[in-house]
Design a protein around this ligand. Structure first.
Ligand SMILES: Cc1ncc(C[n+]2csc(CCOP(=O)(O)OP(=O)(O)O)c2C)c(N)n1
Ligand code: SF4
Ligand SMILES: [Mg+2]
Length: 288
């Protein structure tokens, strides 16, 4: 049986020391082992950004795509091989700016993919511009006078888009984050896990200390019931979205795959192509 160490590879992350993304990588590796996966049962598909590098740092199938397009690829992988556990991952810019159209539709489609967003409320890779998650008044190179746009509350948005699994965590809380990723993987449908993952180099406002002071853990909220969508929305609004834990889960709704009557139990990836080896090589040559 695999341990988290089996999900490590030899590639050394080049994130800045202290970047929140290190913990997300560790949490994915731990969660994968804890739910009983082997490296060849897992595919990690990422977009572009500092966060997007994560697919290169995990020993599993992986694909480092283009900016904002992790989800279309991840959904395609899942459709072609339903036996794989598919994790899509990337930054707040990747998922909530350029890739937002995909995010909304993947949520309402409820395809069985776990989407982990490393939310540092800034564009890290391009050296510090505002993202849709940056707070109003936030000063960056692109907003020297302070942002005049309001920050998107992604958790509220997900609930209204019909999400069946909505969770949020914090890089400093490896235990909670790992547990939420395990729950997301086990959820039969689309799971969105937004992770407050501080950018220590460009975001000097939303720091580890800032989150520690401002976050409310749902585990500490008396009688919080993640099956109640109304309470979930109200709690998010009361705390301006700054809560961590399992916010909402609907276990009744079937996933996209379960609703396709003609969807073959035998994954497309394992089916006989019914062509000769010669023809196969000819086709492959066209793509090389
Ligand atoms: C189509 C396209 N547009 C713009 C870019 C430039 N670009 C690269 S990463 C990025 C944003 C990165 O921010 P985020 O997704 O939050 O990831 P982070 O680096 O913060 O982890 C942008 C705008 C690009 N690579 N491709
Ligand atoms: S620039 Fe920010 S997000 Fe990118 S690796 Fe450094 S700390 Fe992390
Ligand atoms: Mg970012």
């Amino acid at each position: 049986m695999a341990t988290f160490k089996d999900f490590r590879n030899k590639v050394k992350p080049n994130w800045c020391p202290g970047c929140g993304d290190f913990s997300v990588q560790a949490a994915i590796q731990r969660a994968a082992a804890n739910v009983g996966l082997e490296p060849d049962n897992l595919a990690v598909i990422s977009g572009i950004g500092c966060s997007g590098r994560i697919s290169g740092y995990i020993n599993s199938y992986g694909f480092h795509g283009v900016h904002g397009r992790a989800l279309p690829i991840a959904q395609g992988v899942k459709m072609a091989n339903r036996d794989l556990t598919v994790i899509a991952s990337g930054g707040d810019g990747d998922g909530f700016a350029i890739g937002m159209g995909h995010t909304i539709h993947a949520i309402r489609r409820n395809i069985d993919v776990t989407y982990i967003v490393m939310d540092n409320q800034i564009y890290g890779l391009t050296k510090g511009q505002t993202s849709p998650r940056s707070d109003m008044g936030f000063k960056t190179k692109s907003t020297p006078g302070g942002s005049i746009e309001s920050a998107l509350n992604v958790m509220e948005m997900s609930l209204t888009a019909g999400a069946t699994f909505v969770a949020q965590s914090f890089s400093s809380d490896l235990k909670e984050l790992t547990s939420l990723i395990e729950q997301g993987i086990n959820h039969k449908g689309f799971s969105l896990i937004n992770v407050f993952s501080p950018c220590v180099t460009f975001n000097k406002v939303n720091t580890y200390d800032w989150f520690k002071e401002n976050i409310t853990k749902l585990a500490d909220v008396e009688n919080y019931d993640p099956a109640n969508r109304m309470t979930a929305m109200q709690t998010l609004m009361e705390h301006n979205g700054l809560v961590t834990g399992l916010i909402y889960q609907n276990t009744e709704q079937k996933s996209y795959q379960e609703l396709i009557n003609t969807y073959d139990k035998n994954p497309l990836a394992n089916q006989d192509l019914e062509i000769t080896e010669e023809k196969f090589n000819e086709l492959m040559a066209e793509f090389m």
